[in-house]
Design a protein around this ligand. Structure first.
Ligand SMILES: Cc1cc2nc3c(=O)[nH]c(=O)nc-3n(C[C@H](O)[C@H](O)[C@H](O)COP(=O)(O)OP(=O)(O)OC[C@H]3O[C@@H](n4cnc5c(N)ncnc54)[C@H](O)[C@@H]3O)c2cc1C
Length: 411
């Protein structure tokens, strides 16, 4: 009989559920622990990118067909940007990538999306503990000791590997990897669901508005087919503190007074009070694995610093972790797991995180963003290049090169 290491995943959000799914696929037993009872909400923009779909397709090749036309999954066909000078640029998702008539991006309330993923993680190999909170973790001479709280009682569980996927407030990251919140690499975001917002794109383009007063953050409107919109804004935490910005007031101000939006919200109705949550950004490479632990998704600070997308990166880290666990078990090289994981995640995501960090920093020069949008609206070739950049990380590297901007400005 094969003897497996004792593995616990803390957190059954997109990162943890994905990791659990792939561990089960490889018939590796593990425990999946979450403080919540699913379905549960998570403050988010709810945009499910092509990267997330790529992994979802590996979990279920028919997933896009299943979601297409389902009320809780709104298909989205492009992105609409507003530059700091108020000019717009619409980027449709690349036609060749459209899989027949199937969408390449969705918007789905996290209550629905996370529940869907959590259900996909149900398996005889996954022992699931709901309403169970990790309150403490420590290394011992024989493994990693978890302190878990359920129904007011504290229980202990010893494992060989703890996978921290508990999001922004990860206990595992704090205790075992020594994470501290760094405002330069952290953003604050708020979300508010609305109904009745007018003038949304007919193909449900998600809207990112880089308004002058919000840089290097943005205001968003992500429409859903039931007439609801996910509306919110995010901003880097050091800038929030420096400018003493009150995000909730700022959101209210934009909706009520901004010339570009006030009419669109004139007859709209807020469905909730604005709710806030943190975004740990991948603008600084952190230690995401060590003796007896791995970190996934937000616990590993993997959110894209420019777009704020974290679901796809979280799922990718969960998938990589599960594949490497299988690999290390097969090769009987368990000790090499953390190092391999660290290398593989940043080999896979490092370049795009660096480009996104660059783009975020370049928002300190709004004229550059204005120039790109102005030129792209005039030049079909540049627009096509930008569309391709969404798909192609190598091409996106051009954005870090001064030559790209030189050509743009002088040609
Ligand atoms: C305002 C805002 C807007 C965003 N918009 C987008 C967007 O549109 N698209 C996108 O891709 N990303 C977006 N993100 C980022 C995205 O929400 C995260 O990157 C994503 O949720 C990360 O998934 P995760 O599984 O790592 O963590 P989470 O989704 O946070 O899941 C963590 C899980 O761990 C559980 N948990 C927490 N603590 C404990 C504990 N101590 N013990 C046990 N369980 C615990 C929680 O209940 C939860 O289920 C946004 C984030 C914010 C804040």
């Amino acid at each position: 009989m094969i003897s497996f290491p004792r593995i616990a995943i803390i957190g059954a959000g997109p990162s943890g559920s994905t990791c659990s799914f792939f561990l089960s696929k490889h018939q590796i037993p593990h425990v999946l622990i979450d403080t919540a009872d699913f379905p549960r909400d998570k403050i988010c923009g709810d945009a499910i990118s092509g990267k997330a779909l790529h992994i979802l397709r590996k979990m279920d090749p028919q997933i896009v067909q299943k979601w297409n036309g389902e009320a809780s999954f709104t298909d989205t066909w492009g992105i609409s940007f507003t530059a700091p000078n108020g000019k717009n640029l619409d980027i449709p998702f690349k036609k060749e990538r459209r899989d027949g008539d199937l969408p390449v991006g969705f918007v789905s309330k996290r209550t629905d999306f996370d529940h869907y993923l959590f259900q996909m993680a149900q398996s005889p190999y996954a022992q699931i503990h709901g309403r169970t909170t990790l309150v403490g973790v420590q290394k011992t001479s024989t493994g990693i000791l978890l302190e878990l709280q359920k129904d007011g009682k504290v229980e202990k569980m010893e494992v060989d590997l703890v996978i921290g996927a508990e999001g922004e407030r990860s206990v595992v990251a704090k205790v075992l990897a020594g994470y501290k919140k760094e405002p330069r690499h952290f953003s604050a975001g708020i979300r508010q669901y609305w109904t009745g917002v007018t003038n949304c794109h007919a193909e449900n383009y998600i809207e990112l508005h880089f308004l002058k007063d919000l840089l290097p953050g943005y205001f968003w409107i992500f429409p859903m087919s039931d007439g609801t919109c996910n509306v919110g804004l995010g901003m880097r935490s050091d800038r929030v503190s420096k400018g003493k910005v009150n995000l909730k007031k700022e959101l209210e101000r934009i909706i009520q007074e901004h010339p570009q939006f006030k009419e669109r919200f004139q007859h709209a109705e807020a469905l909730e009070l604005p709710k806030g949550w943190g975004l740990p950004m991948g603008s600084k490479q952190q230690t995401i694995g060590g003796e007896g632990f791995l970190l996934l998704g937000d616990a590993a600070s993997l959110i894209d610093p420019f777009t704020g997308e974290g679901i796809g990166n979280g799922m990718k880290s969960g998938w990589i972790a599960a594949e490497l666990i299988k690999d290390c078990l097969d090769r009987k090289q368990w000790d090499s797991l953390p190092n391999l994981y660290q290398k593989k995640v940043f080999r896979s995501l490092g370049d795009e995180l660096r480009v996104s960090d660059f783009l975020q920093r370049s928002l300190d020069f709004p004229w550059l963003f204005n120039a790109v949008v102005r030129k792209a609206n005039k030049s079909p070739l540049l627009k096509e290049t930008l569309i391709c950049m969404f798909e192609d990380v190598d091409l996106r590297q051009q954005l870090r090169k001064p030559k790209f901007y030189w050509d743009l400005l002088v040609k």
